[in-house]
Design a binder for this molecule. Structure first.
Ligand code: TYM
Length: 368
């Protein structure tokens, strides 16, 4: 079987020998090309920052899972992005493992999707350097995420500044057509498009220009303590977000304490009732019913009843994921194996693409 060929390929010092690598690459390349011919390719990434919350889940992860059969999927745990802010090495390793378990437990299926660690595929860094020469200082300085993350800090790393360039490299290295993300990433995808169009104009058509895939509902889950700011890992108030690893009692407590608006009606109105509207969105996404169905269910009832049920729905929605995480806690070797297999499949696409980039940019120096 195809898969058996891959695992049988000899490995030298953790990396495969050239010949074995060529065989593996060719096999995966053929498969990748087959898939690419039938289904459009999607690429998306998530940082292993710890504290993964229902905003990440509803805005990104669950859509990746739901759409797995529609696309040729590549999902990446972006550890190189995570190191653009101060961190500890041991901590990062734990968070990478945690994120791999969360994604697998949420339903990312290695049979249908490539799942891998960004830093395992060296081509991401190489392409990011080259794209950095095509990105403008002024356009990076305007990035909202950079302004937010660097605001108030004495020293800001060059890595944080170049973050969106690495993100562009992630996406176009695989010629992804679609990038399923939450609303906050829209600006980065637009920048990716600009850089790609510029590169193609300078060096000839080399990359596919990707499009964002941002859903109408769920793309911007707001904080439980402030309906005007998005739910985020960086909010120091843990009560502002429900994390995927929260216990049922933590979830209930956080939802009970979530801010609401004046009045008592459970009605969707982003202007008059931003906090309740956010909770209604969360309810409708977890229950997989429309916003108006939620309103109908709670007609004549108050916030108390609504929040109690919402807590139950979120607890039940997360339960199967949490159970699978517990199972994976028992088998870390399996997680390492799956992620390494993802690395091989990603490399098989990234390597030839990067060779082409080296060629068109005049970097390849050989007489063959
Ligand atoms: P990250 O790790 O911050 O977030 C992962 C995904 O979660 C979405 N998200 C939200 N969606 C709805 N409501 C929220 N409150 C919320 N908070 C986060 C994000 O939009 C994202 O889709 N730069 C990316 C990581 C990245 C990437 C890529 C994404 C690196 N390379 C290439 C796509 C393609 C990020 O910060 O993700």
């Amino acid at each position: 079987m195809f898969r058996a060929d891959i695992t049988a390929a000899p490995s030298i010092g953790g990396r495969r020998s050239n010949r074995a690598h060529t065989i593996v690459s060719t096999l995966w390349k053929e498969q990748a090309q087959d898939m690419a011919q039938t289904k459009p390719r999607v690429f998306s990434g998530i940082q292993p920052t710890g504290g993964t919350h229902i905003g990440n889940y509803l805005g990104a992860i669950r859509n990746w899972v739901d759409q797995q059969d529609m696309y040729d999927n590549i999902f990446c745990i972006v550890d190189l992005h995570a190191i653009t802010v101060p961190y500890e090495a041991g901590d990062l390793l734990e968070r990478k493992m945690d994120m791999a378990k969360i994604l697998l437990a949420s339903g990312i299926d290695p049979e249908r999707s490539i799942l891998f660690m960004q830093s395992d595929v060296r081509e991401h860094s190489e392409l990011a350097w080259i794209l950095g020469t095509q990105a403008m200082f002024g356009e990076l300085r305007r990035m909202t995420q950079f302004k937010e993350k660097s605001g108030g800090q004495e020293s800001v790393s060059v890595g944080l500044f170049g973050y969106p360039v690495l993100q562009a490299a992630d996406i176009i290295l695989y010629d992804a057509e679609k990038v399923p993300v939450g609303e906050d990433q829209k600006q980065h995808i637009e920048l990716t498009r600009d850089i790609t169009i510029r590169f193609n104009a300078n060096f000839g058509e080399t990359f596919v220009v990707p499009e964002p895939d941002i859903k109408k509902v769920g793309a911007r889950v707001m904080s439980l303590d402030d309906p005007f700011s998005k739910m985020s890992k960086s909010n120091p108030n843990e009560g502002s977000r429900v994390e995927l690893r929260d216990t049922p009692s933590q979830i209930s407590k956080k939802i009970r304490r979530a801010v609401t608006d004046s009045g008592s009606e459970v009605r969707y109105d982003e202007n008059e009732k931003p906090a309740v509207s956010n909770l209604i969105n969360i309810y409708s996404l977890f229950a997989r019913i429309s916003v108006s169905e939620v309103e109908e269910r709670y007609a004549g009832k108050g916030y108390g009843d609504f929040k109690k049920d919402l807590a139950e729905i979120v607890v039940e929605g997360l339960r199967p994921i949490q159970e699978r995480i517990t199972e994976l806690d028992e088998s870390p070797d399996e997680v390492y194996r799956l992620i390494d297999e993802g690395r091989q499949r990603a490399e098989a696409i990234a390597r030839p693409k990067m060779e082409r980039v080296r060629h068109v940019t005049g970097l390849t120096f050989t007489n063959s």
